[in-house]
Design a protein around this ligand. Sequence first.
Ligand code: ADP
Ligand code: MG
Ligand code: MG
Length: 251
Amino acid sequence: MLEIKNLHVKLEEEDKQILKGVDLTVETGKVHAIMGPNGSGKSTLSYVLSGRDGYEVTEGEAVMDGVDLLDLEPEERAAAGLFLAFQYPVEIPGVGNMTFLRTAVNAQRKARGLEEMSAADFLKEIRAKAKTLKIDAEMLKRPVNVGFSGGEKKRNEILQMAMLEPKMCILDETDSGLDVDAMKLVSEGVNALRNEGRSFLVITHYQRLLDHIKPDVVHIMADGRIVKTGGPELALEVENNGYGDILTEVA
Ligand code: ADP
Ligand code: MG
Ligand code: MG
């Protein structure tokens, strides 16, 4: 599904190398987690995959289903089935949540050669999906994320994901700022989207999210590289001992 090879990325404005040779393969239908200390490059990896400005790829590739994502515009990546749930969801004043989602869904469908969804079908689908995420109708009418609590913003990200039906979902610290109940809702939302044709890359600081979203593979990222890969037990090791032992071992 996604194969990242020797990815090197620096800041465009500064001579600062952030990713220093990331190698990572996420198979179709699998959930991979990336853990790692603050500043190790986890968010940068997700931004670069989704096509955010400000970064320069100096080496390497990121191939999704045979296409190098790095050659595509951000909207083309989304149309190809990539979705990023932000660590810090953006507020968009003046744009209604429902309008935003409908526009995104129809743009996506157009890019995939499908007809627009009728207003009635869209309403039916969004209401059903919002309900499972405990997002009320009022939140759908408000401007995107404006005045939403941290938990509401994260749930709204999962709603976007559910509506867009991506093939490859990247969640960047979706658990940060969530209380236990909100984390459970978000996790249930993600688990409901798991299927054999869809892959996930779940970036998190803490093992507790991985109690709810059980990963197939866990990677540790440090200083711009994946330094260790293992099963779910790796996340428990981090929980119990921190990153110190692993970093010493790989050094
Ligand atoms: P993580 O998500 O693992 O905490 P980040 O990808 O956010 O790490 O950051 C990796 C490193 O790159 C950090 O040292 C961070 O300060 C730096 N960095 C990322 N983006 C920028 C930027 N736009 N300007 C300056 N430094 C940046
Ligand atoms: Mg961070
Ligand atoms: Mg981050």
